[in-house]
Design a protein around this ligand. Structure first.
Ligand code: AMP
Ligand code: MG
Length: 404
């Protein structure tokens, strides 16, 4: 243990490693076939193998003239055919060139394309090439992108616009994907009411339900809305018991140290509970357990804590259950636009923006202030035990890296 770790606090890496191990032990393995148009956000269940060469034939990268270099001695050449994209050309006639356009197949026998800007046409319509020519110039060779049988996308790839475009280029009309995880979102707290209702004394609006539901949908999950659960053990048991057919119950609130933790009590009765005190801020407490076989993750209730713990822990857990290997968000080193003189026991994820290339934190970093994250562009990571002077380097994780 290094000097800056506190006994009893679980470092981020250890928490993530535990969650990923739990995820690998409980894969959501069922597959289905979906049309390409419905595959955005899904996870590829089988590798995508190329069914064709790309491009399928040699073709022109330019609008210009195709010729056979070995047969050409510098003379002007007549134009023997005109080949547009979508046409099937005739073999190149000896002693001629072919008018050709971008993406059109090269005629058999041609091995070079000169762009139209570099030629002159004489009165007889013959083409004079003004620049030296090189074998293969402006030719996109068959199979230069992909060969039949290549693994173009491995299983476990998350499908987005680029992957779908690539699959389409290979003629795939459907893809095998993992089925959507069913995730129940449960908000706990006597104080919570939904937007649209009047606030009574001591009440606040439920922000986590919308935050998590929208986020889960972006991750390709089917959200089961389990509503608001009052702080009550019997009702908690009952609610958990009703959610037997989901892949994950995601609860927020009621895991703060010191508070009556009904989720924890119910999970403990059902036999399985781990309460982790994470060495991160915001987001110290996190519960993991099973209720009647269904995995349950209890996130802290303060919205900025919910954001950080879902984004950095529950999100990778879910993706790993779908077989996604690359779950680490890309972060990059930036200079701190602030000083940090009091080393902390917990790793801080400051909601921050980049201003002139430097990470500048939102003024109020309270875990209850979701506005900090709406203002922010990313999480600036201050390691446990670290101090920083302005200009020192820290890791910046763009929110866009974790929000989808
Ligand atoms: P708890 O973990 O239940 O003690 O909640 C910690 C803080 O987060 C309290 O201030 C709660 O009112 C707040 N909180 C819990 N759940 C929600 C929620 N769904 N939406 C907004 N605030 C919440
Ligand atoms: Mg509560």
């Amino acid at each position: 243990m290094s000097g800056c770790e506190q006994p009893g606090l679980l470092p981020m890496e250890a928490a993530l490693a535990r969650l990923l191990a739990l995820a690998e032990a409980a894969p959501i393995a069922q597959q289905e076939t979906v049309a390409l148009a419905d595959a955005d956000g899904r996870v590829l269940a089988e590798p995508l193998l190329a069914a064709l060469d790309l491009p399928p034939w040699d073709n022109s990268a330019m609008d210009g003239y195709a010729l056979r270099l070995a047969d050409w001695q510098g003379e002007a050449l007549p134009v023997s055919q005109r080949i547009q994209a979508g046409m099937a050309p005739l073999p190149l006639q000896a002693g001629s060139c072919a008018r050709i356009f971008t993406g059109a197949p090269l005629p058999a026998g041609a091995d070079c394309v000169e762009m139209q800007e570099n030629v002159e046409l004489d009165e007889a319509g013959q083409v004079r090439f003004c620049q030296p020519l090189r074998l293969g110039q402006n030719v996109r060779v068959r199979g230069q992108e992909t060969r039949v049988g290549d693994c173009v996308l491995p299983a476990g790839t998350r499908l987005g616009p680029i992957e779908l475009g690539l699959a389409a280029s290979l003629g795939a009309a459907e893809l095998r994907v993992r089925r959507r995880p069913r995730v129940a979102v449960l908000s706990t707290g006597d104080e919570l009411v939904e937007p649209g209702q009047a606030l009574g004394p001591g009440q606040i609006y439920n922000s986590n339900r919308r935050l998590l539901s929208a986020w889960l949908q972006r991750l390709g999950c089917a959200v089961v809305d389990a509503g608001i659960l009052p702080d009550d053990l019997a009702l908690t048991r009952e609610a958990l018991g009703r959610l037997g057919d989901v892949d994950l119950i995601l609860s927020t609130g009621g895991v703060s140290v010191g508070e009556a933790d009904y989720l924890g009590l119910a999970l403990r009765e059902a036999g399985e509970l781990a309460l982790w005190k994470l060495a991160i801020k915001p987001g110290k407490p996190l519960t993991f357990g099973h209720y009647q076989g269904v995995p349950v993750i209890g996130l802290p209730g303060n919205p900025a804590s919910t954001l950080v713990t879902f984004g950095l822990l529950a999100r990778p857990y879910l993706l790993r259950r779908l077989g996604v290997q690359r779950i680490e968000p890309l972060g990059f080193a930036v200079p701190a636009g602030f000083a940090w003189r009091k080393p902390g026991m917990r790793r801080e994820y400051l909601r921050a923006r980049l201003e002139n290339g430097r990470a500048v934190p939102y003024a109020n970093q309270s875990s209850g202030v979701l506005r900090s994250a709406a203002w922010a562009e990313g999480l600036a990571e201050v390691l446990e035990g670290a101090t920083l002077e302005e200009g020192d380097s820290l890791r910046f994780i763009p929110l866009s890296e974790i929000l989808g």
